[in-house]
Design a protein around this ligand. Structure first.
Ligand SMILES: [Zn+2]
Ligand SMILES: [Zn+2]
Length: 139
């Protein structure tokens, strides 16, 4: 059985359908996410590109640094980003219904401005299967 989740921008012009569950979810503390979100860290859920369908609305693409980001042309709210290194789409976990995104670890903790103490692994950069060193830091 396949389930899907629809997410929308703030004004409702853009609606995007996500098929199935995220491949993985985590909290990212990198300075890129901080700059874009205005927050200390972001909850990220990764979906395969094939799972993402734009149902309606106009998206425009922009970049702060490396990642192409897609925002509503009307209200300017980011709907998703392309995580090009993994050929996946990153969705802010806060836009998903409760329980869909289950973050498994924290990444880019070396940039953290607001450490979060919990039972999850805290990677200085990223796990080895995400191209990182796999080193964790203690908070
Ligand atoms: Zn909008
Ligand atoms: Zn980040």
């Amino acid at each position: 059985m396949s389930t899907s989740t629809d997410i929308a921008c703030a004004c409702g012009d853009v609606r995007v359908r996500l098929e199935g569950a995220p491949d993985i979810a985590f909290y990212c503390h990198c300075d890129d996410c901080q700059a874009v979100s205005g927050g200390a860290y972001v909850s990220v859920a990764l979906f395969p590109k094939s799972a993402v369908t734009v149902l309606r609305g106009t998206l425009e693409t922009w970049k702060l640094r490396a990642l192409p980001r897609h925002r509503c042309a009307r209200c300017g709210i980011q709907v998703f980003a392309e995580v090009t290194a993994f050929d996946q789409i990153g969705v802010n976990g806060a836009r998903l219904p409760p329980g869909v995104s289950k973050p498994a670890f924290h990444i880019q903790c070396r940039y953290a401005v607001n450490p979060v103490v919990d039972d999850l692994p805290h990677y200085a950069d990223a796990p080895t299967d995400f191209g990182g060193s796999g080193n964790t830091i203690g908070w």
